[in-house]
Design a protein around this ligand. Structure first.
Ligand SMILES: C[S@@+](CC[C@H](N)C(=O)[O-])C[C@H]1O[C@@H](n2cnc3c(N)ncnc32)[C@H](O)[C@@H]1O
Length: 379
């Protein structure tokens, strides 16, 4: 099934390549970061529209995918440091890293920081993830688009302080710098924070609502697109709101003025702690956060809500979560998804809802990914 979908996507992509577009980035083709720079941006939007309409096969459809600024939009890039290089992996090749001086989809200040960090890490041992030996695994660059604040995280395999001088030097240029431990065999760019060398968070601001973002907490990749989606979500919210997979509380706090109460549920404790600060910073007294796995939370609690907001990770929701939602029967469900195929399957399992609207947003230009938003009302 997955193979079939990939083939369908590749075929539609070829149709839209047409006369072609000159890629802006010199690494295009050798770097796996973006795959669509050779397709004109309007063609990318049509390609994603056709892909979505193929997946939903008459059940739902979109007339358009709402555009984004096509370059310099990404809030976060995880640069691998291995084999004497700092950059991204080759398309389809886990073993090869492409050395990248600058990235066309990353925001400008992060690109400047990457240039400044490169000579600093030249003398630091990197990490060979094929044989699991070495020290520096990733340098993560994060930027809040509306405030311009930048974070740099050094992800290391051991807590021996070898990165500390580099981190202190970086702290002169970035707003937040942390050292993160990733000591296991899994190729992870997150883990326990060993040291916040500076600040330990950056702030983003959407329409006057301020969010602190910590090194390990999720935040949407494209602030301008996320803001349009949050505004749309706020229009649909009524009564008691349950926001599942709430991250640093961004949606919960943004929609709170339109709600009676909001409860956000998130499993990453660092994100929940930020969410608490964010609630206090924004004076949102009708909002509370719970640190829990969503499945366990729904099993234990019997939450009553009028509006259920779902924004699960790319892997989608556990079938038992959907079963529980069917028992809860909220009046309306607002479903934000970065994985349309998972959303399609989950939609089939939700009982007794009609889709009021289904919209698509280009959260990830130059890549095959697309974000969708649906409002479901109980029949
Ligand atoms: C796509 S993000 C959405 C975050 C938030 N709604 C926002 O707009 O910033 C998904 C979030 O779900 C969290 N998460 C993933 N699996 C979870 C689970 N089983 N239970 C609770 N939270 C989970 C992740 O840590 C992440 O913060």
């Amino acid at each position: 099934m997955k193979k079939k979908k990939r083939k369908l996507f590749a075929e539609i992509a070829d149709l839209h390549r047409g006369a072609g577009e000159i890629p802006r980035c010199p690494y295009f083709g050798s770097c796996g970061g973006c795959l669509f720079q050779d397709i004109p941006y309007q063609g990318q939007l049509l390609l994603k529209r056709d892909y979505l309409n193929g997946i939903f096969d008459g059940l739902l459809s979109v007339d358009e995918v709402r555009p984004s600024g096509p370059y310099c939009y990404r809030n976060r890039m995880d640069m691998v440091t291995a084999f004497g290089k700092m950059g991204l992996r080759k398309p389809g090749s886990y073993k090869h890293v492409v050395d990248i001086e600058s990235c066309a989809i990353m925001q400008e200040r992060s690109n400047d920081l990457m240039k400044q960090v490169r000579p600093l890490i030249a003398g630091v041992e990197d990490y060979d993830y094929l044989v699991h030996s070495g020290y520096l695994r990733y340098v993560v660059f994060r930027q809040a688009a509306f405030t311009g604040q930048c974070m740099v995280n050094f992800v290391v395999a051991a807590d021996d302080g070898r990165i500390d001088a580099v981190a202190s030097e970086t702290a002169r240029m970035a707003d937040s710098v942390s050292v993160i431990l990733s000591a296991g065999l899994a190729d992870l760019s997150f883990g326990p924070v060993l040291r916040d060398v500076k600040a330990g968070c950056i702030a983003e601001e959407f329409d006057g609502v301020r969010f602190r973002i910590a090194p390990n907490s999720f935040f949407q990749s494209n602030s301008a697109v996320a803001l349009s989606m949050y505004r749309r979500i706020r229009e649909c919210v009524k009564g008691r709101v349950l926001d599942l997979y709430s991250g640093v509380g961004a949606i919960s706090l943004f929609v709170a003025p339109a709600a009676e109460t909001v409860t956000g549920v998130e499993e990453v404790s660092e994100a929940v702690s930020m969410a608490g600060h964010n609630r206090d910073d924004n004076g949102r007294e009708n909002v509370s956060f719970v640190c829990a796995d969503v499945r366990a939370y729904l099993k234990e609690a019997a939450p009553e809500c009028d509006t259920l907001i779902l924004d699960p990770p790319r892997s989608g929701m556990h079938p038992k979560v959907i079963k529980r939602i069917n028992e809860m029967r909220p009046e309306r469900i607002i479903y934000m998804s970065c994985n349309p195929a998972a959303f399609r399957l989950e939609l089939d399992s939700l009982e007794g809802y009609r889709v009021e609207f289904f919209e698509a947003y280009d959260m990830f230009p130059q890549t095959p990914h697309v974000e969708t938003l649906a409002l479901l009302e109980r029949k």
